[in-house]
Design a protein around this ligand. Structure first.
Ligand code: PRP
Ligand code: MN
Ligand code: MG
Length: 186
């Protein structure tokens, strides 16, 4: 998308680097789950681009489902409360589940959802987050398939949004401070 060029400070992760990480991860996952049942679960909305790209790059057949999660704001941050906004359409009991995320930040969303999948009786639960901001972690959480490490900056694109915008940027960019320092995004 070219109409946001004036809002972008610089590119942070190129599309080539994203494609390389996804190809490498898909190869590893295809190997690890060869001959086994696998349910890929994308966490909406951010993970949509990553899930499609990963599924495309796998050499094994998988089932795909989605869940929409939302975590509470700063007020209850310490509780790590996450709620299911739109649930999975299938029962995970006895399934091997791989949760796919665009990014792991504080770690709350993935830590909570993995526990929830365990509680629902999944046979195994693993995680892949395409991007990882370790500087923001408040919960000691490490995805099994580690993504691209990024610094604690305002990154958007490839699923990452700012106020619901910029998700369809095909690489990851840093926004200009003038964009997010505005009080309103109407
Ligand atoms: C973002 C991102 C992850 C989560 C990571 O989702 O897509 O799901 O936050 O943060 P955490 O590690 O601190 O939990 P968000 O809640 O913004 O919803 P979205 O995917 O719809 O943008
Ligand atoms: Mn998300
Ligand atoms: Mg978001």
């Amino acid at each position: 998308i070219s109409d946001i060029a004036d809002q972008v400070e610089r590119e942070l992760v190129s599309r080539e680097e994203i494609d390389r990480k996804i190809a490498e991860t898909a190869k590893q996952i295809s190997h690890d789950y060869a001959g086994r049942d696998l349910l890929l679960v994308g966490v909406l909305k951010g993970a949509a681009s990553t899930l499609v790209a990963l599924a495309d790059a796998l050499s094994i057949d998988v089932e795909i489902d989605y869940v929409k999660l939302s975590s509470y704001g700063a007020g209850t941050e310490s509780s790590g409360t996450v709620t299911v906004r739109n649930d999975l359409s299938c029962d995970v009991r006895g399934r091997n589940v791989l949760v796919v995320e665009d990014i792991v930040d504080t770690g709350r969303t993935l830590a909570w959802f993995c526990k929830e999948l365990d509680r629902r009786g999944a046979a195994s639960v693993e995680t892949f987050a395409l991007f990882d901001k370790p500087a923001r972690r408040t919960i000691d959480f490490h995805p099994k398939y580690q993504g691209i490490l990024i610094p604690d900056v305002f990154a958007v694109g490839f699923g990452l949004d700012y106020a619901e915008k910029y998700r369809n940027l095909d690489s990851v960019a840093v926004l200009k401070p003038s964009v997010y320092s505005k009080e309103t995004n109407a």
